[in-house]
Design a protein around this ligand. Structure first.
Ligand SMILES: Cc1ncc(COP(=O)(O)O)c(C=O)c1O
Length: 361
């Protein structure tokens, strides 16, 4: 199938703003810096997964599915947006979360709760008692058993459940980011922007792989650089293989080698911080930097790390001095209001009195 023939259903908004960041450009004294605002895809507070869901929901509707089920960590943005897409198109929203049920419901979780999603926690805390070498397999097996039970429950009620992988990762979802490339190129033309670099997050990799494939296919004037958002990330080999699957499936006619993929991990302080969704003070500093400079919020799990990488690439000259660059903002700000991050941010942002004045009666 040719990518241009693939049909979508609008879940969020396309043509998200491509904005110049004047203050950050002034501060960094490099080339012109831009941000592509995919945090503004609209639906349910927005984010990158809306673009993937455009194609996933179309697939669900075309194939008679009545429910969307997906997976993620307790604070999954992808889960929030999949639940929103299900609601928008009259499908049943089913969210399977890997982890223990927290005592306090916050951030993305409360948003999914407000949308009335059916929420399941797959809690493998007890699996810690299984011998170390067998733990991963035991957890995986438990998740598979839980998934099968959940699906069977809905099927018994007459539903057909579309099982969407973590992050919306896959051939269908990535179409959203292949097709983001002509949108960005058109905006660059209209706004007279030249940029040789597009910096994006690299998680389940559907976003990065779609961008990479789209940039190659549409002959984009920029290179896509990926910033892994956790210390333990998918290899270039795995991603190249997935990009080649995209190329084959959508008849795009190119090959990607692992060495064609440009990832930047960082040095003494990796951009991915200390772990998946774990609060860290360096990422928090970068969240504050972009908020102070441009009044744009990035998040502690994904985009704060990507922004850290973006700034460091400018400082290190990986993006050469004087070259213009775009950062893709993939959303995630609801994570700022998750309990673990709010609690942790008190230390850095609420423990001193700078710029805070209390005027008492
Ligand atoms: C806000 C945000 N940015 C980036 C990503 C990473 O995107 P991908 O999983 O397509 O690599 C995610 C994934 O959930 C996300 O929620």
């Amino acid at each position: 199938m040719n990518i241009k023939d693939l049909q979508r259903l609008p879940v969020g908004y396309l043509n998200t703003p491509l904005e110049f960041m004047p203050h950050l450009t002034e501060t960094m004294q490099t080339g012109k810096l831009y941000i592509k605002r995919d945090d503004m895809t609209g639906i349910a507070l927005g984010g990158n997964k809306a673009r993937k869901l455009d194609y996933l929901v179309r697939y669900a509707k075309d194939n008679g599915y009545t429910a969307l089920m997906t997976f993620g960590g307790v604070q999954t943005n992808h889960g929030r947006l999949t639940m929103a897409a299900a609601i928008k198109y009259g499908l049943k929203p089913i969210l399977v979360l890997k982890g223990a049920k927290p005592d306090y419901c916050s951030g993305n979780l409360i948003l999914s709760r407000l949308m009335g999603a059916d929420i399941y926690f797959v809690d493998t805390t007890e699996a810690e008692k299984v011998p170390q070498e067998k733990q991963d397999a035991a957890k995986k097996q438990f998740l598979e058993e839980c998934t099968a039970k959940i699906v069977a429950k809905y099927e018994a009620q007459g539903d057909k459940v579309l099982n969407i992988p973590v992050g919306g990762q896959g051939i269908i979802g990535s179409a959203g980011y292949i097709q983001a490339i002509p949108e960005i190129m058109q905006q660059m033309k209209e706004q007279n922007i030249t940029a040789r670099y597009l910096v994006s997050g690299y998680g389940s990799t559907g976003t990065f792989a779609g961008l990479w494939a789209g940039a190659k296919y549409y002959n984009a004037p920029f290179e896509v650089i990926g910033i892994p958002i956790e210390p333990d990330y998918r290899t270039k080999e795995e991603t190249a293989e997935f990009i080649n699957e995209l190329s084959q499936y959508y008849d795009m006619g190119f090959k990607c080698r692992p060495e064609d993929i440009h990832l930047e991990i960082g040095g003494a302080h990796p951009y991915g911080g200390v772990g998946y969704n774990e609060p860290d003070p360096i990422t928090q500093q970068y969240i504050k930097m972009l908020a102070e400079q441009e009044a744009i919020f990035v998040d502690p799990c994904y985009t704060g790390k990507v922004f850290h990488g973006f700034i460091d690439l400018l400082r290190r000259g990986v993006i050469p001095h004087g070259e213009n660059a775009i950062m893709l903002h993939t959303g995630g700000a609801p994570g700022l209001w998750s309990k673990e991050h709010l609690d942790d941010m008190q230390k850095q942002f609420w423990s001193d009195e700078e710029n805070i004045t209390v005027l008492k009666f």
